[in-house]
Design a protein around this ligand. Structure first.
Ligand SMILES: Nc1ncnc2c1ncn2[C@@H]1O[C@H](COP(=O)(O)OP(=O)(O)OP(=O)(O)O)[C@@H](O)[C@H]1O
Length: 308
């Protein structure tokens, strides 16, 4: 199956600044895919190029197999980073309006809006003006409007920003339901927890460049696990068996070190034989957050040394 999005070498300059620098990404059909990066990394600019809202200075992309994004417009749902609804419009009209912008007849749009609002616990506010809604509700309205025409491809720019944890969870469920329906979803974020829970694959952008592309598991595997070990004996000759990077942190008992490449068992064997006694042992796998910080941090250091 051809990918839902296939982009090669996208470049964008703003003035003399190369804000997006040869970004390539491929989003398989039916995936939930994350574009991650710190503030100002170039995520929004990349998404806008993918969708044809701005033209790249170099590179190419296909969207749902089309060379011109406009040809796929009615099959795409897009939640931009800057969001706005007309405050005087009623909630159902706001959702229906977004549907009619994507090619649905208004009467069908209204029917779907009523159904979707009801299904998402917002039936009671359907006839109320947008200005009376909470921020979370207004954002849900935008999302329902993004999904109303049942697009094949959904692109969400920072969809979780500004939502409380309950609304964030609701949004994760909405995204999963859309994928269940058969849609492909691409979203940008700088909050790792959502990406970790939702995505199979992701791209990390730092300073306009792709710094990592692959599965969440592969991103986590770029870092080794960390060990926290507390021994019953405070000291003894067995200490020589600890890895060279083992440190005892201030105010803590025990040792912290990176899991040795050969695993924990040989070390434990030596500690037990040496009479250290094992009080507690925890092996903590790196989170996506840890991997993100390391990947973005490492690339910033590499960029600096290249520039020097
Ligand atoms: N229209 C524009 N004209 C000039 N510079 C721009 C324009 N749009 C974005 N930029 C700059 O390009 C860089 C990348 O911006 P972009 O919005 O793509 O990043 P982002 O990863 O989405 O960041 P954030 O998470 O903060 O939204 C930033 O330094 C931004 O200031």
């Amino acid at each position: 199956m051809p990918p839902a999005i296939d982009a090669h070498g996208l470049v964008k300059y703003f003035g003399k600044r190369r804000v997006v620098d040869s970004v390539s990404l491929s989003v398989p059909e039916g995936a939930i895919y994350g574009v991650l990066g710190p503030n100002g990394a170039g995520k929004t600019t990349t998404l806008r190029m993918l969708l044809g809202i701005i033209e790249p200075d170099a590179g190419s992309r296909t969207l749902l197999g089309r060379d011109r994004p406009i040809d796929a417009a009615y099959q795409i749902g897009y939640l931009p980073e800057e969001r706005g609804l007309y405050p005087a419009m009623t909630t159902r009209e706001a959702v229906a309006f977004l549907g009619s912008l994507r090619g649905l007849p208004l009467s069908e749009s209204r029917r779907r809006a009523d159904r979707m609002l009801e299904a998402n616990g917002m039936g009671e506010v359907a006839r109320r003006p947008i200005r009376t809604l909470s921020k979370g509700m207004a954002q849900t309205v935008q999302l329902l409007g993004t999904f109303i025409h049942q697009p094949k491809l959904i692109v969400l720019d920072e969809p979780f920003s500004g939502l409380d944890p309950l609304n964030q969870q609701g949004l994760e469920e909405l995204i999963r339901a859309e994928r269940q329906r058969g849609a492909t979803i691409l979203f940008s974020t700088h909050v790792m927890a959502h990406a970790e829970r939702l995505c199979e694959s992701l791209t990390i952008i730092g300073d306009g460049k792709v710094r990592f592309s692959g599965t969440v598991e592969a991103a986590r595997a770029t870092l080794r696990a960390r060990v926290h070990l507390v021994t019953r004996q405070a000291d003894g000759p067995w200490r020589a068996a600890l890895p060279a990077d083992a440190v005892r942190q201030a105010g803590e008992t025990g040792w912290r070190f990176i899991l040795p490449p050969e695993g924990i068992e040989p070390l434990l064997g030596q500690l037990i034989a040496g009479g250290a006694g094992i009080e507690t042992l925890s092996i903590e796998r790196p989170s996506l957050h840890d991997a993100f910080v390391a990947i973005v941090g490492r690339s910033a250091v590499e960029d600096e040394s290249l520039a020097a």
